[in-house]
Write a protein that binds this ligand. Structure first.
Ligand code: SF4
Length: 341
């Protein structure tokens, strides 16, 4: 099994401890100690990534499952997760991997070239680092991304965007598309439920919009009593329109009880529908629902003629009316990346 690899983004403190500068948590590690994410460790006076080359068994997913609805629709993406996570979400759906302290049995060992060969042999158009957050495994992810780019495969990140500026500039420069989780629009949610903060995530979103060309979509999971206040949804959507633009797709997703919130109620469909309406009224032109069967929330409409140009049934495309990147009815350009070229 693979493992130790020299980590980037750290410095030594006067106390002798090593501070990790990869994410805003800034773990200060004494010799032998692992960071909050369990993926980085101080050892022999240096910082190491302990999980290089370790991933969940790579598998093919429809790109719609990431979710990405404006990026190579209908294509397959080779998807895998990394051990560890730099957030501590009490509602994590992948907690057995993200919060594991011992990874053997959960992961396999693959080189970046193995991942590329696997993606090519399965006919994938892209490779995604997904399921739990790819940030703590940056060094491996960056090598996978470089190998993919050499082979003509697109690179997708599914992330909470909890990463420091220098590291994110390096990582996101290698990425073709990202779905970034905007978990809530108030800091107390991030503090109480995720052991993180909101502002670094907003900073990442603005960075992606202003300083990269990658295709960006957002996911927002609605949890009853925590982030489903219509005023919060409105404020979040207004912020997205103003800072990221009205063409940024927003996926409003239903919570299913999990991990430390196994007793919390699932999101009612009416909550999703209300948030969907608020988002559209705020000016967002591509709003979707997720984790529910909802033909209305699964369709892409042309913002000019309002006809449906892509209809999905869960993750399957059942009707496709785009010509290139234009509406097949009126010719309006639909924002996104609709060709692998
Ligand atoms: S990446 Fe891991 S070790 Fe580094 S600051 Fe974040 S949680 Fe701590």
């Amino acid at each position: 099994m693979s493992g130790l690899y020299p980590a980037r983004y750290w410095h030594q403190l006067p106390s002798g401890k090593l501070q990790c500068d990869l994410c805003p948590r800034g773990c200060k590690l004494a010799e032998g100690v692992k960071g909050f994410c369990q993926a980085r460790q101080a050892k022999d006076g240096a910082m190491w990534l302990t999980t290089f080359g370790l991933s969940t068994p790579p598998r093919l997913d429809p790109i719609e499952k990431k979710p990405l609805h404006h990026f190579l629709p209908g294509s397959q993406v080779l998807s895998f997760g990394h051990p560890g996570c730099n957030l501590g979400c009490k509602f994590c759906q992948n907690w057995s991997l993200s919060k594991a302290e011992e990874f053997s049995g959960l992961v396999e060992s693959h080189s970046p070239q193995d991942i590329v060969r696997l993606a090519q042999s399965k006919g994938a158009a892209s490779v995604a680092m997904t399921y739990n957050d790819p940030v703590p495994n940056l060094e491996f992810g960056a090598e996978v991304a470089a190998a993919c780019q050499q082979a003509g495969l697109k690179v997708v990140l599914v992330t909470a965007g909890y990463i420091n500026p220098e590291a994110r500039a390096e990582y996101f420069a290698q990425v073709d598309a990202a779905n970034i989780d905007l978990k809530a629009f108030h800091d107390a949610f991030y503090k109480k439920l995720c052991k993180g903060r909101l502002q670094p995530v907003l900073d990442t979103l603005c960075f992606v919009r202003n300083f990269t060309t990658l295709w960006l979509e957002l996911t927002h999971l609605l949890i009853t009593g925590w982030n489903d206040d219509p005023k919060e949804t409105k404020a979040m959507c207004d912020w997205i329109v103003e800072n990221l633009g009205p063409d940024t797709p927003l996926h409003l997703s239903a919570f299913h009880p999990a991990y430390k919130m196994a007793e919390a109620p699932p999101t009612p469909f009416s909550t999703l529908r209300r948030a969907f309406d608020i988002a559209q009224e705020a000016g967002l032109r591509f709003v979707y629902t997720g984790n529910v069967h909802d033909p209305e929330g699964d369709r892409t409409r042309c913002p000019h003629c309002h006809r449906t140009v892509i209809q999905r049934d869960w993750y399957r495309i059942v009707d496709y009316r785009l010509k290139g990147s234009a509406c097949g009815y009126c010719g309006e350009k639909i924002p996104g990346c609709f060709s692998a070229a």
